[in-house]
Design a protein around this ligand. Structure first.
Ligand code: PEP
Ligand code: MG
Length: 907
């Protein structure tokens, strides 16, 4: 049901909205309204809702009511401002800006100076007392309108602008050197470009300009780059954008005017202070595009103390009001400060943790809210290694630390090459003078981004931070020549395409060659090698420690590890694991032990088989003793052998060649011949659907019994050593309760034997994996024979979708992602509607049969942030994931639990 049924209008004045109406007014519109209502200086205007955009996108036409509603709001705006849109002697000018619910920097369209025409440009000049300004504004309008509304190639305008500068005799290096006459001539050139390229004249009717611009903004929702960005950021494709029509204020009216961006805290470190960039005598897009170099915001104090002080006060108001880091766009028009935008600002992962704890300390938010201010993806990012400080690589440049991390890769100088090389498995660093939205796919494909121009708020910096990609920008001493595909550093050092470079997004340093990396302090903390409470504790580590403590306090889900050996188990325990949720025993049969498995497979007689099993038993038992010791007092779920047996045998082609060669030399090895026979016999067309899991236990006599005996004897051993072993035996790939019953009976007999022989009471539990659709559909029956379920969502995803998990990601997932069939691989994030629905119903059916049934998940999804929320919702007891993902799972489990209390959206 659309919101249209609830709300009856498509246009809201800024005085009518508020910050909670982001769905309807977009982020920008909602926050402009909020600031207006806070009494801050916002230029008056109105917002056309996302609902209007949706109607346009669905039907290809604006809703019929829109025109009248816009007229009414425009009338009101004109009355308020005392002038009409495009009025010849004193024109009201407006900007038309996109603004979706979630920020999509630079992805959609904006047109400034709407209302200027051949006639009104003179009126503007007279009112402003500045010819140059009026013509500059007009040429900007034609340029932006031509490019975004009429689809003219923007390069053509840039070339004409460069030509105009050249015509000044080469002395002109900046657009500020062009005078009124030059700009008037440029307007003629621009109009000619429009007429030629768009096949129509630049529209002189201001209302037509506005309507066409609104439509262009609607349409920009569905450009390729916007779609790509949404997929990356997992923003739903059907939200649509709002359109903000705002009266223009001018930052390009002379030296007492300007425009800037500000952050209430440093988006890289989280520290409070004066952060931002200011550009005198310019309009907003100049700052974001990094066209001219900005000055630090602190310098504004010297340029215009009154505006600076007012801005500082407003920043304080906004932070206290939003209770978060805000970023701000502002303009100063002849000494008068105007707020053009604010929003809760993007930040680096480290800053997110610091800011969340700082705000708790300031009493602005509580712990539950603090958990919503960070996420597992950010924590994962903080666990990446950093460059070693004492590495002796050659530093060739030093730019702005725009987005942290340590990235090493081959230099590439355009987006196309970045994508091409990364597809063939190369790691690349995208190097550009500055980036623009067309570089997006290259940025996604790269390990990191390096630019020679632009500040912390340039396109490269903002987008890289949003993606969590390492970025160094504004490394000015590096001369980037994209045409010749090379970069020159001071001292004449040349970096050619394909040369290795390393960039440090935390310090801004750029190195030639590959710099060695060291572990992150956050990992050192989890490992117990760094203590959060120590006097010299890293501020970040202290923040992570506190947030993890909040998460652990509120989470309901327990977190276990997928671990098969003592080393992984020990690490998992240090990282906070509350047991092992999956020990894959097949990993214990590799290396030298593979031969014993071969003997088991080749056994022709009971004696041969019993011998092979007899040789494996003590080895298995020793493995389990170690594991139970590492996890003493905590549950350890041991899965009986799961993979198809051919995985333990030599490759069929290799073996065939070896046997054929030996036969040609007439010295065929008897064992090889038997092996080859077995390999042929065991060969399957679809091994993942063949003889594996519980099926092995049912057709290879003694195999599961040996494993159960090893588990039971290991547990008895630990008990006798005064340990507290808590093994859980798990049967894989069960499709029907009968399979489980047979294996269960056999296991119970073995356990009883071991108990009798060792005089111990072992309290082993027996359960199953739910990883086949039939198991999920008959979970009620299966629960009769299982004390626990662990969802094997890897196999369940494979079998529910009919996707071969080993093949599909490489063969066609890229195409599926590009076509938007899914926004993320279902092997990465649980498919809630399909696989998830089966999980949910299996939980309900299982618990209906056996109310105390323990439920967990051990597929890869157990460590995926979004999936953890799903598992919390369906009521699992625990998630199990690889040791390195345990902190992420703990955090997300805490966030999921706290979300119900805080109810906020952290995107
Ligand atoms: C699963 O299928 O989700 C699982 C954990 O088992 P495996 O990945 O070993 O098949
Ligand atoms: Mg499986």
């Amino acid at each position: 049901m659309s919101e249209r049924n609830v709300t009856s209008k498509f246009v809201y004045d800024f005085t009518e909205g508020n910050k909670d109406l982001k769905d309807l007014l977009g982020g920008k519109g909602a926050n402009l309204a909020e600031m207006t209502n806070l009494g801050l200086p916002v230029p008056p205007g109105f917002t056309i809702t996302t609902e209007a955009c949706k109607v346009y996108l669905d039907s290809g036409a604006e809703p019929s009511e829109l025109r009248d509603e816009v007229s009414a709001h425009l009338d009101a705006l004109e009355q308020h401002m005392g002038k009409r849109l495009g009025q010849p002697d004193d024109p009201l000018l407006v900007s038309v800006r996109s603004g979706a619910k979630f920020s999509m920097p630079g992805m959609m369209d904006t047109v400034l100076n709407i209302g200027l025409s051949d006639e009104s440009v003179a009126g503007l000049a007279a009112q402003a007392g500045d010819e140059r300004f009026a013509w500059d504004s007009y040429r900007r309008l034609i340029q932006m309108f031509g490019k975004t509304v009429l689809g003219v190639d923007g390069e053509l305008f840039e070339e004409a602008l460069d030509e105009a500068k050249r015509a000044k005799g080469g002395a002109a290096t900046s657009d500020l050197d062009l005078g009124a006459e030059d700009l008037r001539a440029l307007v003629d050139d621009f109009k000619a470009i429009v007429a030629k390229q768009a096949g129509r004249e630049f529209p002189q009717d201001p209302r037509e300009q506005m309507d066409l611009a609104v439509r262009a903004v609607f349409e920009s929702w569905n450009t390729d780059r916007a779609k790509l960005y949404r997929r990356q950021e997992r923003i739903p494709g059907d939200l649509g954008t709002a359109v903000n029509v705002c009266s223009m204020v001018f930052g390009n009216l002379g030296p007492d005017s300007g425009t800037g961006v500000a952050f209430t805290r440093d988006p890289a470190s989280g520290h409070q202070g004066v952060y931002g960039d200011y550009l005198q005598n310019a309009q907003g897009e100049d700052v974001v595009a990094g066209i001219r170099n900005t000055v630090p915001l602190a310098d504004l104090e010297g340029l215009d103390a009154a505006s600076y002080n007012q801005l500082m006060q407003i920043m304080e108001t906004l932070e206290t009001h939003y209770k978060d880091l805000c970023d701000i766009e502002f303009t100063i028009e002849r000494g008068k400060l105007w707020m053009l935008q604010t929003r809760v600002g993007k930040r680096t992962a480290a800053a997110a943790f610091r800011i969340a704890t700082q705000l708790v300390d300031q009493g602005l938010i509580d712990e539950a809210e603090a958990l919503q201010r960070v996420n597992g993806a950010q924590l994962a990012q903080l666990m990446f290694p950093r460059f070693s400080e004492d590495a002796r690589s050659e530093r060739i440049g030093w730019g702005i630390a725009a987005s942290p991390g340590a990235a090493v890769g081959k230099a590439v100088f355009d987006s196309y090459t970045a994508v091409k090389w990364s597809r063939s498995g190369e790691k690349v660093i995208l190097i550009r003078r500055e980036t623009n939205p067309d570089d997006l796919d290259g940025m996604i494909a790269s390990e990191g981004i390096l630019t020679s121009r632009g500040g912390k708020t340039s396109h490269a910096a903002v987008v890289a931070r949003g993606m969590g990609k390492t970025c160094v920008c504004g490394a000015e001493e590096l001369e980037v020549d994209t045409k010749r595909r090379r970069m020159t550093a001071p001292g004449g050092i040349v970096v050619e395409e394909g040369d290795l470079v390393s960039i440090d997004g935390s310090t801004g340093k750029v190195y030639l060659g590959e710099v060695p990396v060291v572990p992150s302090p956050v990992v050192e903390y989890f490992e117990g090698r760094m203590h959060a409470g120590a006097d010299d504790a890293d501020e970040l580590v202290a923040a992570v420690h506190r947030i993890m403590a909040y998460a652990d306090r509120v989470r309901r889900l327990r977190v276990r590890a997928n671990a098969d050996n003592a080393e992984d188990a020990n690490r998992a325990r240090r990282f906070g694991a509350q047991g092992i949720g999956l020990c894959r025993t097949e990993h214990m049969f590799l290396g030298e032990r593979r031969e014993l498995v071969e003997r088991l497979i080749l056994a022709d007689t009971d004696t041969e088989r019993d011998e092979a099993l007899g040789a494996l038993l003590p080895l298995q038992k020793a493995d389990f003793i170690e594991l139970f010791e590492s996890m003493d007092g905590l549950p350890v779920t041991v899965r009986l052998l799961d993979p198809p047996l051919h995985e333990f045998l030599p490759d069929i082609t290799e073996l065939s060649v070896r046997v054929a060669l030996a036969e040609s030399r007439r010295d065929a090895n008897e064992n090889d011949l038997r092996l080859l026979q077995a390999v042929h016999k065991l060969h399957e067309q679809n091994p993942m659907l063949g003889l594996r899991g519980v099926r092995l236990g049912l057709v290879i006599p003694g195999l599961f019994a040996m494993q159960v005996r090893a588990i039971a004897e290991a547990a008895a051993h630990r008990k006798n050593a005064k340990g507290d072993p808590r093994p859980e035996i798990m049967i894989p790939l069960v499709g029907t309760v009968q399979e489980l019953e047979i294996v269960r009976d056999e296991a119970e007999t073995v356990i009883a034997e071991v108990q009798a022989a060792t005089g111990t009471d072992l309290k082993l539990t027996l359960g199953t994996m739910i990883e086949l659709p039939r198991a999920a559909l008959t979970a009620g029956q299966i629960a009769e024979a299982a004390e626990f379920f662990s969802f094997g969502t890897n196999d369940l995803t494979q079998t529910v979708w009919g996707f071969s998990r080993d093949d599909v990601e490489a063969s066609f997932f890229t195409a599926y992602l590009e076509k938007g069939i899914f926004g993320v691989s279902p092997f990465e994030t649980i498919d809630r509607d399909g696989v998830g629905a089966l999980v949910r119903s299996a939980c309900e059916a299982g618990r209906a049969t056996r109310p105390g049934l323990k439920l967990g998940v051990c597929g890869e999804h157990g460590g995926d942030p979004e999936s953890v929320h799903f598992f919390h919702e369906v009521g699992l007891d625990y998630v199990s994931c690889s040791p390195f993902r345990i902190p992420v799972a703990r955090l997300e489990a805490g966030r999921a639990a706290a979300l119900n209390k805080a109810g906020s959206d952290s995107r």
